[in-house]
Design a protein. Structure first.
Lengths: 332, 194
């Protein structure tokens, strides 16, 4: 792996994830200060390059960069020279020539962040203009991966369990022995892919719950169990992780109807009563209330959805600091 | 002569090999007592006093000073821990990772803050600590207590309370613990990086 980029959560390995989570603890403390900002990345420039709609991820990364005192630039695909016919590669190299230290990239196609990293590495190897060796952070690429979401989810599970129930985790595999159910649209979900890797790396047992149409065409090599019986799975899970139905990516008929989906796979109020006393309910957002999760469940104390968002800033600070500031190699 | 050998944590790395015991446990205890009394004398008591140890070497010193203050003046002084990694001026020049989270239990506005550290060397850590403190509040006074002042300052910073002034060579290393102060050298693959 290259410590310069964060393209997949698998790049980090167990030790790398643990390092991010421990750093995030220190940034949670920074976030509680009267002035929630440290000068660690003064003089660095972070550009968010988003080719796909996003609220929380882009703002979360930008807040993280600002709290580290980095300069932040925002690039949105829809209002750029791409509309004048410039290639993505030229756009990236143009931005790099302006002195960018990190690219936070989201794209609807899997592999674009890796491609951007490849172009930057190529420019660096060739020397000449640009080639400063900027970092790339994958902020979600197609149905491939969303590594910082997985990191903030691991952080939220481990720290919320510690805060609420006093379960201080054994490090570094802080999710050892936990049973985590990921429910819903696995097929279109990069969050599911990154989380399956991260949860199982940290020692959890992952069960996917989805209708067969919303599972990926092949699950070979995935360290998961699969079930269609949500009631049985919910009753014995420590964490129930719900995914949004990604209707915008559904170009064929995956479901008979939304109502039937909610009845069969949604976390309704009735179903939530099957949960154990120390179970947590999570969702990466944006939440479609009344479809994958009932409003009353999303707003109940067992839901840590807002904690996920709050922790997202601290975890992204940790990632940016590791890539740009620490001078330390990330992961194994 | 105690030969202590241990692996150092970041940012230095390498292995410390002790050469001379400069203070023993009893000396450290006496210095702690004297510094605590000096702090109380200088500030005319323990009112508004907050002892802040720098992670990690200064944290036990802050606690030890607080214990003496408690014994002498029957006052429970708040003790904090400050990690200055994100304020260092050598970020990007070498691995800089925090060792533990900052923990300041009280509002620092108007407080008499005594920063505590084991060794005062270039003064750059203290500079970083002063900047960090100003993000956490606005103390009335900030003072500096160190167990060992080894010289080689690179910034206009001086301690208010010193356990021992110890002339050193630049490449030497000083190890401070409740068991004593040892002067030695760093040996190992990373020793050239300092």
């Amino acid at each position: 792996m290259t410590p310069r980029h964060l393209l997949s959560v698998a790049d980090l390995g167990l030790e790398g994830i643990d390092e991010v989570l421990r750093l995030a603890d220190t940034f949670v403390e920074v976030g509680r200060r009267p002035i929630p900002r440290v000068p660690a990345l003064r003089g660095k420039t972070v550009v968010s390059v988003f080719f796909e709609d996003s609220t929380r991820t882009r703002l979360s990364f930008e807040a993280a960069a600002k709290r580290l005192s980095a300069d932040v630039m925002t690039f949105t695909g829809s209002s750029s020279s791409l509309n004048k016919g410039e290639s993505l590669r030229d756009t990236v190299l143009t931005l790099e020539a302006m002195g960018v230290d990190a690219f936070v990239v989201r794209h609807s196609c899997a592999g674009v962040p890796a491609q951007v990293a490849g172009w930057l590495e190529g420019a660096r190897a060739a020397g000449g203009a640009g080639g400063s060796g900027a970092s790339v952070v994958n902020a979600g690429d197609g149905a491939h991966e969303h590594p910082t979401q997985a990191l903030l989810d691991c952080f939220t599970i481990s720290r919320e369990r510690e805060r609420r129930f006093g379960h201080s985790p054994a490090r570094p595999a802080v999710l050892s022995g936990l049973r985590i159910a990921i429910v819903g649209d696995i097929r279109h979900s990069r969050v599911a892919r990154s989380n399956v890797i991260a949860f199982s790396t940290l020692g959890a047992t992952v069960t996917l719950v989805a209708p067969p149409t919303l599972l990926p065409p092949s699950l070979s090599g995935w360290p998961v169990e699969v079930s269609q019986d949500i009631d049985a799975v919910v009753a014995k899970s420590d964490v129930v992780y719900l995914l949004r139905l990604q209707s915008e990516r559904m170009n064929e008929q995956f479901l008979p109807s939304l109502r039937e989906y909610t009845a069969t796979f949604g976390l309704t109020g009735e179903r939530a009563r099957l949960l154990g006393p120390s179970a947590l309910v999570m969702h990466p957002g944006p939440v479609r209330r009344g479809i994958e999760i009932a409003a009353e469940v999303a707003d109940s104390p067992i839901s840590v959805i807002t904690a996920q968002v709050a922790n997202g800033v601290a975890v992204r600070m940790a990632v940016l600091y590791l890539l740009l500031g620490s001078g330390a190699p990330v992961g194994a | 002569m105690g030969q202590r050998e241990r692996t150092l944590v970041s940012p230095v790395g390498g292995v410390f090999r002790g050469r001379a015991v400069v203070m023993d446990a009893e000396d450290v205890r006496r210095a702690t007592w004297r510094i605590a009394h000096e702090i109380l004398e200088h500030n005319r008591g323990a009112a508004n006093l907050v002892l802040v140890g720098l992670q990690t070497g200064g944290v036990w010193i802050a606690s030890a000073l607080a214990e003496v203050v408690r014994a002498v003046s029957a006052t429970d002084v708040p003790v904090g821990a400050l990690d200055v990694a994100y304020y260092r001026d050598d970020i990007g020049l070498r691995p800089v990772l925090p060792v533990a989270a900052t923990e300041i239990p009280v509002d620092l506005g108007g407080a008499v803050v005594v920063l505590c550290d084991d060794v005062l060397f270039t003064g750059r850590t203290v500079r970083a600590a002063l900047n960090a403190l100003s993000d956490l509040g606005r103390p009335a006074v900030v003072q500096l207590a160190v167990m060992v002042d080894r010289g080689h300052r690179e910034l206009p910073i001086r301690p208010d309370y010193v356990g021992k002034n110890l002339p050193t060579r630049r490449l030497e290393m000083v190890d401070v613990s409740p068991e004593g102060v040892v002067l030695g050298d760093i040996v190992g693959p990373e020793s050239e990086a300092i």
